[in-house]
Design a protein around this ligand. Sequence first.
Ligand SMILES: Cc1cc2nc3c(=O)[nH]c(=O)nc-3n(C[C@H](O)[C@H](O)[C@H](O)COP(=O)(O)OP(=O)(O)OC[C@H]3O[C@@H](n4cnc5c(N)ncnc54)[C@H](O)[C@@H]3O)c2cc1C
Length: 434
Amino acid sequence: MLLSKEARLTENSYYEASVTRPDPATALGDQISADICVVGAGFAGLSAALELRAKGYSVVVLEAKTAGWGASGRNGGQAIVGYASDDAIEAQFGADDARRAWQITVEAMQLLRSRITEHAIDCEFVPGFMSVAVNEKKGRKLAQASDNMARRYGYQTQAISAADMPQWIASKRFHSGSFDAQSGHLHPLKYCLGLAAAVRAAGVRIYENSPVIEVVRGSKPLIKTAQGSVLCNFVVLAGNVYLDAYSKTVAVAPELARRIMPVGTYIVATEPMGKERADALIHQRAAVCDTNFVLDYFRPTADHRILFGGRVSYSAATPVNLVGSMRQRMLDVFPQLSDLKLPYAWGGFVDITMNRGPDFGRLGDNIYYLQGFSGHGLALTGMAGKLVAESIAGQAERFDLLARIKHHPFPGGKLMRTPALVLGMLYYQLKDLL
Ligand SMILES: Cc1cc2nc3c(=O)[nH]c(=O)nc-3n(C[C@H](O)[C@H](O)[C@H](O)COP(=O)(O)OP(=O)(O)OC[C@H]3O[C@@H](n4cnc5c(N)ncnc54)[C@H](O)[C@@H]3O)c2cc1C
């Protein structure tokens, strides 16, 4: 069902139009073995593969479609320090462990930057991220959150007062903000394809068009596709919301599906507007995200477009008049762009958890899973892969720290989960409006 909703979301992506993909890798057609089998060639799976290979393991990646087909090749490109919900993590962890958890996200940004350099990935990285508040009350909350970050984690951002706001963004929509020089933005599909190339160059076999339909658990798990299988010692499940989409009869990991919910989010790209005009919109060409619960996020591209994202859907159906409603959201922020066409519009599903904290863990002692990035996965997926590799190699402390985050399943079983979430989200949308 999820996959049938995907066709419209992928057909008109600026990212796909601005890369040349390599020919797809061959599909798995044999019975093979490896130390580790990774399911999914998005950021999380590829990062795990790269880190595990660096530790000397033989690694195979099975990808249902092609590398970067999922959220990793479609997202807003905003690589941000922190979690989707720092409060939830702090509430569960207490001060010391919350600080260690925060530090993992700082390292995630460093890892992202060092991978770009080390593997010479041309993905248009630009440093700078601005968090913006739409009114005075939200501005106070944002300033308070920035103060907390500085006091509790020693993480510094630059406050942007209401008076200074016009120098930072050519929009009247925002009251005040904060600027984070360490976070930034990039072309996610270029980064993902670069990561896949680095993984292959390290000696990992990636099989594409090879959906996993069953994982037979045991001391040596057997990972089955329609035409082949991988016998291994460890499995890393990094299939996001699609993990169970490929078999009508068996679920790959039924216990995981209820812990995340696919929420659609959408992006449009303007036509190019020229460097001077694009540079005048956002100071330092930073990425921008507002602090609303149902948020808008946008950034300039290397070829001087604005990529504008937002608009959520909880029913998995693509919203009616998607381009028209996205256009209106963009014009609410930048009315001066009304002359520009929107030649691209696409979207994808964010894997949210109830508390918006990431959901990492093990099924038994040899099947690892990484999910629930809750829209904050660009940088964190890199560390997720690194922490899995540390854990498999015997250093489990940091993986176990994040695996301690408690998650509740979405209520209501498969049929009622979505209506329950819609009601919850309507409440938050109302809060944004008020
Ligand atoms: C529109 C959109 C905007 C976003 N914007 C941002 C942003 O600006 N900043 C940010 O930090 N995050 C953002 N996110 C979230 C971010 O993209 C994700 O957190 C991240 O890409 C997740 O990576 P992943 O590897 O877990 O999943 P994915 O990239 O989805 O990869 C999973 C892969 O597994 C494969 N797979 C699934 N099941 C199977 C199976 N059974 N067998 C074989 N293969 C399988 C899929 O085909 C897919 O390629 C956004 C997401 C979306 C959709």
